[in-house]
Design a protein around this ligand. Structure first.
Ligand code: HEM
Ligand code: HEM
Length: 294
């Protein structure tokens, strides 16, 4: 029965693939009618909202072997509570909004079997996410770094120009790093320096000119391990110090950078979530004779 329901959901969502924007519009209307407060969780432009909705659908579509990808679904649950402001009690509202959307959009084609299939698949995925969220809830009361609205780390690091200089140095090293360089094959260094700088300037309480995606989304198909994050952080710290900033300022910078880690790091490549058909997870094996430069 489970297998059949998962297949029904997949077939239905494959058929609706070209209509996700319409579905997304109905979905958010339904969701905000159920709870207006959710507007604070789902903020941003229509493009962002569509992407979040598409992410959810693509997960529900790819759970043929849900039991085998439990770890990645748990991690996703953790990201939801840590990073996105989702709460355990939001799930029934999401499900109701999704089922209403399908009913409005599909009309008679929304059979009782299809309703049951979506209900069942959603509940199975949600149960894993919610369990992981419940386990994390107490830990979340500890905030590693609290930035006050009046804190201005941007000023302390030396303004926007310094953020750009540090990132120039940083990406020069990253693009040549014997292990991590593979992630950056074919990427524009200049574009990354600009985006990463805009992102951090906003994170340092400076002006927000960042128009890229959230770190979770950008890296969702990359198998990035804790070890890689540590190497990256060492390179970042060296780049900050090389620009003449103090150790204390470097550590504050790193604490902000570090706070995005949870949304990026994965423990297995099965946690990679693919954004579109035909995309592969990016998995980079450590070179045999690897010696980190930092
Ligand atoms: C079965 C239910 C759900 C599934 C399968 C799901 C799936 C996803 C996926 C795959 C992403 C992409 C980022 C990532 O992998 O971490 C995402 C992002 C997001 N989800 Fe969910 N989700 C579900 C329920 C919820 C609920 C209940 C909420 C809150 C009410 C929520 C809020 C969000 C937000 C705000 C983002 C965007 C994060 C960002 O890019 O800023 N989701 N979801
Ligand atoms: C070892 C760890 C990491 C690796 C290998 C990595 C790799 C990458 C790659 C390959 C891209 C380009 C994506 C594309 O153009 O398709 C990218 C973009 C980006 N990364 Fe990372 N990343 C890592 C950690 C981080 C962390 C911790 C942050 C947050 C502080 C971050 C923030 C960003 C931002 C803001 C972008 C630009 C997003 C955009 O183009 O819209 N990354 N990263």
């Amino acid at each position: 029965m489970k297998t059949q329901n998962r297949l029904l959901v997949k077939t239905c969502l494959d058929q609706l693939n070209s209509q996700t924007e319409t579905l997304s519009r109905i979905f958010y209307k339904e969701l905000f009618q159920l709870d207006r407060q959710l507007k604070t969780v789902f903020s941003g432009s229509v493009v962002f909202l569509n992407r979040k909705f598409t992410n959810m659908l693509s997960t529900l579509k790819n759970v043929k072997h849900l039991e085998k990808i439990e770890d990645s679904i748990s991690k996703m649950g953790e990201r939801h509570i840590r990073q996105y402001g989702a709460e355990i009690q939001h799930f029934p509202l999401m499900k109701k909004a999704l089922l209403n959307t399908l009913s409005v959009h599909l009309g008679e084609a929304y059979t009782p079997e299809l309703k049951e299939a979506f209900d069942d698949v959603f509940d199975d995925v949600a149960a894993i996410m919610q369990r992981a969220m419940a386990q994390l809830a107490p830990e979340l009361q500890i905030q590693p770094l609290k930035m006050n609205e009046t804190d201005n780390l941007l000023e302390e690091v030396g303004g926007e120009a310094m953020v750009i200089k540090v990132h120039q140095r940083f990406y020069d090293i990253m693009f040549d790093e014997p292990w991590l360089e593979t992630f950056f094959l074919g990427k524009s260094k200049e574009a990354l320096i600009k985006k990463q700088s805009q992102f951090m300037i906003a994170a340092f309480n400076g002006p927000n000119n960042y128009e890229g995606d959230t770190p979770a989304f950008v890296h969702m198909h990359m198998f990035i391990t804790n070890e890689m994050i540590e190497i990256r952080e060492r390179i970042l710290k060296a780049s900050i110090l090389a620009e003449g900033l103090s150790e204390t300022t470097a550590d504050k910078w790193l604490a902000v950078d570090h706070s995005f880690k949870a949304a990026i790091v994965k423990t297995s490549s099965s946690e990679c979530v693919l954004k579109c058909k035909g995309q592969f997870p990016i998995e980079v094996k450590k070179p045999k004779d690897y010696k980190p430069a930092f």
